[in-house]
Structure formats: structure tokens, C-alpha cells
Design a protein around this ligand. Structure first.
Ligand code: IPE
Ligand code: IPE
Ligand code: MG
Length: 249
């Protein structure tokens, strides 16, 4: 059962393409269960998930989503068996190599949120190259959260701010929310309007804790590798039916 109220269940799935969310964030969850359902190893699910990421990212660009942020690997995912972590890192490498090859055509700006220093040098270098090549592309920006954790991001921001205070570049008595946002990986990027979590889990799992303060959430039982364009339409239609008050009336 999807986590809907009766009211939202009856919402039409038709998308109004003239008022799309500017920024969509997705927790790409359910790869392992997708594979298990097919009696295949979890890594097969990760490969299917990576493929689906390609499909959904391309589609978001096509319909004119300005920012897509995806959760690919969390600071907690290192707890998994080494062979699974290795397989995920291998898929990321493969994806980035292919993305680099098609960058001129796709013209998607790619960013990475998370501490890349813990990645294998080869993968880290690929991330940096991808970021560098696509730096000037405009139209759609894809942020890949890799070794990312919301709490880790906030602690880093606090450390960087403290250092700036010590160095005389910042004043601890004057820190606005906007200024603090400038210490986050998402610096300069608007907050997500819509956060989607497939796979039936009803939690954030340390994703964009600061940025999703006023996001609309969409949960579905569909597993990430099966999260199709139609599912995305459902999520966007649901979002478009919400009344965002931001604390007002
Ligand atoms: C998401 O799918 C991918 C990562 C967390 C890297 P999972 O691997 O968490 O799949 P489930 O939740 O076990 O089905
Ligand atoms: C969140 O999924 C992280 C990613 C999708 C990358 P998890 O599968 O790691 O989250 P939990 O363990 O169910 O909270
Ligand atoms: Mg999971």
C-alpha cells in the first residue's frame, strides 16, 4: 500500500507540464529487493537501478526539470558486505565513463554531494572530471549524492563556519540561514520541491535533512528499478495537487 491519504489517492495522474517542480530529489531505494524477487544477486538489482537512473534523468531533462538530486550511496552504506559495495562502486565508474563519453550530446551539468575523499582514487578522479567538463552546461543539473549523509553535511558545514570565524572571515553573532546554506554541498541550488522515495520505506535515511525542510514527499511501494516515467508522472501529479503553505495560511 502506498502511503496516501484517501484524498490524494483519487488525484488524477495527469501532469501539468507548465508548472513542474523545479527541483526533484529521489532516494533510489529497493534495488536489492527487486533482485531478490527475481532470485538474482543484489548486484543485479543495482545494475537495473543504475539503468533506471539513466532513463529517469534523461526524461527529467527532456521535460524541463531544472535540478535532479539522487541518493546513490549513503555514509551508512559502507556497512554493507565489501563485494556489494565494490559492485556499486564499479557501476558508478561505468556510469561516469559512459556519461563523460556522451556529455557533449547530453549537456547535463553534473555535481556530486558527499565526501569524495573516501572513494577509490580512480572513481574520485572520474567524479571530478565529470564535474569539470560539465561545469558550463545549463538547462538541467544532476546532483549525485555519493558517500553522502545529511548529518555529515551539517557537521562539515559547522566545522567550516567555525574555521571561518577563527580566520576572521565570519562572525559567530551573525549567521543567517542563507549564509549557512552556503556551507552545504547544495550551495547555490534551490531546495528540493519534491522528494520521492520508492520501495515502501517511509523514512529519509539521512537524505537532504536541511534542504527538505519544506519539501513535499511522495512515497510509493514500487521498487526503484521499476520506477518508470509513469510513476514519475504520478509523483509530480500528486505534488501538483498539494497546497504548499510554508507556514502561512
Ligand atoms: C538502494 O537499494 C541502493 C543503495 C542503497 C546503494 P538497496 O540496495 O537499499 O535495496 P533494498 O532496500 O535492499 O531493496
Ligand atoms: C538509502 O537507502 C540510501 C540510498 C538509496 C543510497 P538505504 O537502503 O541505505 O536506507 P535504509 O537502510 O533502508 O534506511
Ligand atoms: Mg534500501
Amino acid at each position: 500500500m502506498a502511503f496516501f491519504s484517501k484524498k490524494t489517492e483519487s488525484v488524477p495522474t495527469e501532469v501539468d507540464f507548465s508548472r513542474l517542480p523545479k527541483h526533484i530529489a529521489i532516494i533510489m531505494d529497493g534495488n536489492g529487493r527487486w533482485a531478490k524477487k527475481r532470485s538474482r544477486p543484489r548486484t543485479v538489482g543495482h545494475a537495473a537501478g543504475a539503468e533506471n537512473f539513466r532513463t529517469i534523468a534523461t526524461y527529467c531533462k527532456e521535460i524541463g526539470i531544472d535540478y535532479l538530486t539522487v541518493y546513490a550511496f549513503s555514509t551508512e552504506n559502507w556497512k554493507r558486505p565489501a563485494d556489494e559495495v565494490g559492485a556499486i562502486m564499479g557501476l558508478l565508474k561505468k556510469y561516469l565513463l559512459e556519461a563523460i563519453g556522451q556529455m557533449e550530446r547530453d549537456r547535463v551539468k553534473m555535481e556530486f554531494f558527499g565526501d569524495l575523499s573516501l572513494l577509490a582514487p580512480e572513481l574520485r578522479e572520474l567524479c571530478e572530471r565529470t564535474r569539470e567538463i560539465s561545469r558550463h552546461y545549463e538547462g538541467c543539473q544532476v546532483n549525485i549524492c555519493l558517500n553522502y549523509g545529511g548529518r555529515d553535511e551539517l557537521v562539515r558545514a559547522a566545522q567550516a563556519f567555525a574555521q571561518d570565524c577563527i580566520d576572521g572571515r565570519a562572525d559567530p553573532n551573525h549567521l543567517s540561514q542563507e549564509q549557512f546554506g552556503g556551507y552545504l554541498f547544495s550551495k547555490g541550488i534551490p531546495d528540493p520541491d519534491l522528494v520521492i522515495r520508492p520501495s515502501g520505506e517511509l523514512r529519509l535515511s539521512n537524505f537532504l535533512l536541511w534542504q527538505s525542510a519544506y519539501a513535499e514527499f511522495y512515497f510509493t511501494d514500487v521498487l526503484w528499478p521499476d520506477f518508470s516515467k509513469e510513476e514519475l508522472h504520478r509523483a509530480i501529479a500528486s505534488y501538483q495537487n498539494r497546497n504548499r503553505r510554508f507556514g502561512g495560511v
